[in-house]
Design a protein around this ligand. Sequence first.
Ligand code: IMP
Length: 186
Amino acid sequence: MTDGEPRADGVARILIGDQEIQLRIGEMAIALDATYGDDVPLLVGVLNGAVTFMTDLMRAMTIALEIDFMAVSSYGAATQSSGVVRILKDLDREIEGRRVVVVEDIVDSGLTLQYLLDVLERRNPRDLRVVALLKKEKPNAIAVQVDHIGFTIPDEFVIGYGLDYAGKYRNLPYVAVLDPRIYAGE
Ligand code: IMP
């Protein structure tokens, strides 16, 4: 289904097409609607990568909800996690007693998510769940809580649908494997 889509420079191959992403998000939204009902969950998007997923997910949900964002330090221009996580932008509101859903673009080593969950858990939400569009199949990733996974993908560096390499490619409508020639010599 992805064959007809135009490829940007830097795309080695398209992994998940636009329509496939939207279909899966629809399924995830139904599951979330059913979990929260009238409880007005707070969706916490992790900037910048989860912006695309967050906006599509929230529009696919039909229950009342609120949103907020956090920014944590990412890889910069590298393709490997440094393991060092810093909060660059915190939430605008208190989450004590709230039902919180962390909305992540991708779980790779799991370090970023684990750090975020530790920080948020200390603020005593009523409950805390995680929705991630992508999870890499990585044997040595840490075991971190992810309640809903959109797609499990191979351990390759991916771009598009919010995900970047050195700040670029976020606007591709699909998820693609980055051409390794782009980061050769990194
Ligand atoms: P982790 O801490 O290794 O799980 O990495 C999490 C963060 O790294 C994600 O939220 C992304 O911002 C970024 N990241 C991890 N893998 C990729 C990738 O393949 N492409 C783009 N960004 C990635």
